[in-house]
Design a protein around this ligand. Structure first.
Ligand SMILES: Cc1ncc(COP(=O)(O)O)c(C=O)c1O
Length: 397
């Protein structure tokens, strides 16, 4: 089509809802940790599609599997079995605490499935009054009505009342608050092992273990939302592995297929009977095309050393950022695990994000004051050095 509107920003602003506060660049190409805009400017990408492109942009592996599988079979619906879907489920189960998997299309949908499963299981087992899910202040679980209702941040909820009932909020990292919130209607506790959108907030030592113990003592289900921090991001396949604890249910999305839309809800065997035929479904969930890619991505993370690389790069990156913290007193904290790192400032970070972009680096800011780094896991020491040197030059002025 010979489009008379040449400028992409103009085109998008005219024809699309303005739901995203976008940066004024149009990206056209990517390779590894680098992306290029339509004017040919190169950026080193420390956002990675918001913790999605773990194996980097234009991964040859993804391209190969996508091409081969698209020639074979793209979609047939979940009325029929398809091999890639079943094999991806097997791989996830064999590498996690879980026994069963449900596939969907996004993180929010995976959390919807988790909420539905927890309520259905608890309702069948203990009666329908037991349906409340305790979630955390500062959490983020998605933008559908149920996951928005579960989210512990007021700013994303404005204007959508009435939200879904049955969620109760407590402070993250506060076990006594959780205990106080307990009542007979509670069926589950849902949390992110590390809060991503909340500003890279890590759990205190033993907090997650104590939460699990509390759940066990009260017959509650524990749901871990690993949509952002799962799939190798923290230097282990799943973030909860760092803390010696497993949940009953876990949700995944983002990096699961390196950029193709997929979500997954994993659970222990005990819960499987609550999700029988007709109980939950989605047209696109786990298509052969996307699950074939996801299986290749997960296999590569497991066998090609990317998780170990992530751990090594994460430690190096954090070390360099801690050096900056010593020199600049407006840095309050440097925290994170593997390649999800937050640098908390005593001021807003938006201008630093903008200046980084002008100098050829994409970074992100969460909760206004926390610079968040979530690059592809294939990032190199040299790329980390280039970014940290640039940050230092920006901080110096
Ligand atoms: C922890 C967590 N859960 C859920 C979601 C929602 O995922 P999606 O945007 O794929 O619906 C996100 C997205 O940022 C997230 O970080």
């Amino acid at each position: 089509m010979n489009n008379p509107i040449k400028n992409t920003k103009t085109l998008a602003d005219q024809f699309m809802f303005n739901t995203y506060a976008r940066f004024p660049i149009t990206l056209v190409r990517g390779d590894g940790c680098r992306v290029w805009d339509e004017d040919g400017r190169e950026y080193i990408d420390f956002v990675g599609g918001i913790a999605v492109c773990a194996l980097g942009h234009s991964s040859p592996l993804v391209t190969k599997v996508l091409t081969e599988q698209s020639r074979q079979l793209v979609h047939v619906s979940n009325l029929y079995y398809t091999r890639p879907q079943a094999e991806l489920a097997q791989l996830l189960v064999e590498n996690s605490f879980a026994d069963k998997v449900f596939f969907c299309n996004s993180g929010a949908e995976a959390n919807e499935a988790a909420i539905k499963l927890a309520r259905r299981y608890s309702g069948e087992k203990y009666g329908k009054d037991r349906h409340v899910i305790i979630t955390m202040k500062g959490s983020f679980h998605g933008r559908t009505m149920a996951t928005l209702s579960a989210t512990g941040q007021e700013k994303v909820k404005t204007g959508y009342d009435p939200l879904l009932g049955g969620f109760q909020f407590v402070e993250f990292n506060d076990l006594s608050g959780l205990k106080q919130a307990m009542n007979p209607s509670v069926c589950a506790v849902m949390l992110e092992p590390i809060q991503g959108e909340g500003g890279v907030v890590c759990p205190k030592a033993d907090y997650l273990k104590e939460v699990r113990r509390f759940c066990d003592e009260n017959n509650l289900l524990l749901i871990f939302d690993e949509v952002q921090v799962g799939m190798g991001r923290t230097g282990r396949l799943f973030a909860h592995e760092h803390y010696g604890v497993t949940p009953h249910i876990m949700t995944l999305a983002k990096a699961l297929a390196n950029g193709l839309p997929i979500g997954a809800m994993l659970a222990i065997e005990d819960l499987s009977s609550a999700f029988g035929p007709g109980s939950h479904a989605t047209t696109f969930g786990g298509t052969p095309l996307i699950t074939a890619v996801s299986k290749a991505v997960l296999s590569s993370l497991l066998k090609d050393g990317w998780i170990e690389h992530c751990q090594e790069m994460g430690e190096y990156f954090k070390g360099r950022l801690l050096e900056l913290k010593k020199r600049y007193d407006f840095i309050i904290d440097v925290r994170g695990q593997g390649l999800i790192i937050g640098v908390e400032l005593n001021r807003e970070g938006a201008s630093i994000v903008r200046t980084c972009m002008e100098r050829g680096f994409l970074i992100n800011c969460a909760q206004e004051k926390v610079l968040r780094f979530i690059p592809p896991l294939v990032v190199t020491k040299e790329e980390i050095d280039q970014l940290v040197d640039t940050l230092e030059a920006i901080f110096r002025v």
